[in-house]
Ligand binder design. Sequence first.
Ligand code: PXP
Length: 244
Amino acid sequence: MTVKLGVNIDHIATIREARKIREPDPVTAALMAELAGCMGITVHLREDKRHIQDRDVRLLRGTVTTKLNLKISPTAEMLQFATNVQPDMVTLVQENHQEITIEGGLNVAAKVDELSKFVTTLKNNDIAVSLFIEPETDQVKAAKKVGADFVEFNTGKYATDCELGSLQEVEREISAIEDMTMLARKYGLRVLAGHGLNYRNVGAIAAIDGIEELNIGHSIVARSVYVGMEKAVKEMLEQIRNAG
Ligand code: PXP
């Protein structure tokens, strides 16, 4: 299975919001990433609106031709926004207010009833639902229970281990993601992965059988500053292809 690349363009908006002006526009970046061959665009509309704004999501809904994946935390306000804008997919994430970036997966196992209602509303609005979770048995089982279509495994620990951990720690995390991918597929869930992936560490995750798509943001946006968005996306696609 060829692993697809979804590009997260949040940090194009981070640069724009540093000045609160109109450039760079994440909508332009999304179109360039699509032209370079990515198969989806992901944005995280945070409650504090620190990067992506409502306006960006609405414009992206009208312009993205691959797949628009909107990440939100499971709040009533975000649910209303999502059903109104109708992205192709919603990914539910755990948001903590003072965090620099997402710190961990959603604890689905602790919120089965609440999340079941949320997932049902989204699915009734023809929006596919993904849950960003840790690669843990309880979370996979709970994702199945609440009726999600997809799970996205958090590769954050793997990415940190690649930089700071031992080889055993890296291997243990790859094994956990492999095992949980198999379990999720057994339950009929489709599998994505992301967070902290870059040009150096993407290979081992892209090579895992059963993972359909990787969501990658910061490393692509960082590289695009030097080489342009088109080249940055193409180089990531090449790394993913070489892993297969
Ligand atoms: N997937 C999810 C659910 C995320 O929250 C993020 C980061 O916003 C990503 C993927 C992409 O992570 P990164 O920017 O580290 O590539």
